[in-house]
Design a protein around this ligand. Structure first.
Ligand code: SF4
Ligand code: SF4
Length: 58
């Protein structure tokens, strides 16, 4: 399964990825977006990020 990875240097904490997740696996913390084990690897959050801060790892 591919799980999204957030590049904290690019992320501007807009929350778009968090709102896009169908299983609510993403959380906006003070300085970084986190992904929990509920993630299904659907890739939606990767598509919605306006600055390309979300990529995926195997
Ligand atoms: S890949 Fe899909 S399930 Fe996983 S965090 Fe992104 S939107 Fe949510
Ligand atoms: S959509 Fe992109 S810029 Fe916005 S909070 Fe998510 S990772 Fe950060």
């Amino acid at each position: 399964m591919k799980k999204p990875v957030i590049n904290g240097d690019i992320c501007m904490k807009c929350g778009a990825c968090v709102g896009s997740c169908p299983v609510n696996a993403m959380f906006l913390k003070e300085y970084i977006v986190e992904v929990n084990d509920d993630c299904t690897g659907c890739g939606l959050c990767i598509k919605v990020c306006p600055v390309g801060a979300v990529t995926e790892e195997e």
